[in-house]
Design a protein around this ligand. Sequence first.
Ligand SMILES: *[C@@H]1O[C@H](CO)[C@@H](O)[C@H](O)[C@H]1NC(C)=O
Ligand SMILES: *[C@@H]1O[C@H](CO)[C@@H](O)[C@H](O)[C@H]1NC(C)=O
Length: 599
Amino acid sequence: MMEVFVISVIFASVLIVPFLLKTFFPYVWMDVVYFGDLMSIVVKFVARRRRKPLFSVLDRFLEQTAAHPDKHFIVFENDRHSFSDADKRSNKIANALQSHPGYEAGDTVALFTGNEPAFMFTWLALAKLGSPVALLNHNIRTKSLLHCFNCCKAKVLVAAAELKEAVEDVLPSLMDQGVTVLLMTKHCDTPGIEGFSDKVDEASDAPLPRSLRSHMTFKSPAVYIYTSGTTGLPKAAVINQNRLLAALVVLSSNGVTSNDVIYVNLPLYHTAGFVIGFIGSIETGSTIILKRKFSASQFWDDCRKYNVTVVQYIGEVMRYLCSTPKRENDRDHKVRLAIGNGIRAEIWREFVRRFGNIQIREFYASTEGNVGFVNYTGKVGAIGRVNFLHRKIFPYTLVKYDTERDEPIRDANGLCVEVPKGETGLLVSKITDIAPFVGYAQNEEQTERKRLRNVLKKGDLYFNTWKGENVATTEVSDILTISECLKEANVYGVQVPGHEGRIGMAAVTVKKDAQFDGSKIYNHVVSYLPSYARPRFIRIQNAVEVTGTFKQMKVKLVEESFDPGRIQDPLYILDDTVKGYIPLTAQVYSSIMSGNSKL
Ligand SMILES: *[C@@H]1O[C@H](CO)[C@@H](O)[C@H](O)[C@H]1NC(C)=O
Ligand SMILES: *[C@@H]1O[C@H](CO)[C@@H](O)[C@H](O)[C@H]1NC(C)=O
């Protein structure tokens, strides 16, 4: 049914395209080319959906392995792993797990590992076993870690050796629940944690029978990816097999091929690194240069060393690259395409001016959302361009939104009001068979909050893209609230004269009976956050204000900024020379404002 619908929409539209586009749309040829691409993507997707037995991302990986077993798939530090190596290593992990008494076929497994090849091999192994995988953020600890583990009902935890202490912190609860805890090390003395890597080394590398995956449908969960909400702990977005299959096209639809070398430095536990970088490369058969984390100073040297052709970014990445000292070899590299989101127009211009003719593909999509845009015209500042055909297949609209009350404005009939062209509105996209919204694991309330009913007609159903704040700040809040002395943290950006973008600031409350300790917080922040994500300023509040919405509260905090003249609350500033947060005095404030002291 769905296929028939898609195809008839495509063909009906194709007949009228040339006339309408030429008349009404200035980017007519780009639209036509884009639509052609979109159509071939949809046709390919539909063909794959029809294959029996069910065709999954794993099957695409197996096709690539059969096509070029010896080609490099993952390059990490000094190790190079071919497609065949990745296939065999994942067979070993799968065989070891399958014969482990603590694992039952189809169990959900949580993966707690940094950016390293083992992350990818273990994911492939679990895909071979037909197990959904929860991708835990390896920076989370204690309460947050347990919450994330529990909300996808995982039965097994597979953790990297260096995360042993973090696992030990939550071990009593895991043991109470009868969770099997496997550490990627040869031997572990801690009762309740088993060393797993020797079992993997000893296991057979024979392929796993397809029958292990015969229970899977397109609706089966494939991975859980955690997204931070505006308040509280992270939510697990369910990425089902259908969605993962659709995600295969992200790089290929942007012209990436098997000749490309992709630089993956974003976390694999998030959509950008996992879905776009890793899953995208499985489709294209490209080589992945995997990095533990983003480093502005190594970025271009790596690109030169590995002949990188495609890089991924989030807005901050581009800003940090542009603020590194200029070098003579800035344009000496083979990078031709940057794909990501969150770049600001002036940074975009500067990036291209400085690093050469790199095509930037800015797109908009959220982990759990059902709508996406790609800026395929390459117009500076655009998050994407949508032609009306795209809109026909994936209906979306912008509606008036009341930011004070945090809800859409409704008319007398209780329906939403579309905004006139050129005005700001809330993006909502229709939930349909081909644009489904799966929701969050074990969290019907949050799922329902993303569903918007009676938008243009009584009884219709849309996905509400409203986010309230970006993911990065909530991750920083999560990290702050797992420190010893802080209870709540609200993270935002403030403007500082002479600085591009915004500088991170946190308004926090201190736990009952605890003291704010500037050097302990500094150590905590430094060990969990990269330098660009560390809040420069901390404001200590007695209580988080409960009046108004979260959004309003933040607007007020941003306005008050870090001015000790306006704020009675104690203020601190991060000082790397003394390795601590020190009181922010009126003197320090005025020297920052006058530009005498650089942040
Ligand atoms: C990068 O490309 C150059 C020239 O094309 C080649 O000599 C070199 O071996 C390549 N390096 C890698 C790591 O592939
Ligand atoms: C899309 O990209 C081009 C440059 O490649 C840019 O001029 C345009 O403003 C972008 N559109 C948006 C909305 O950012």
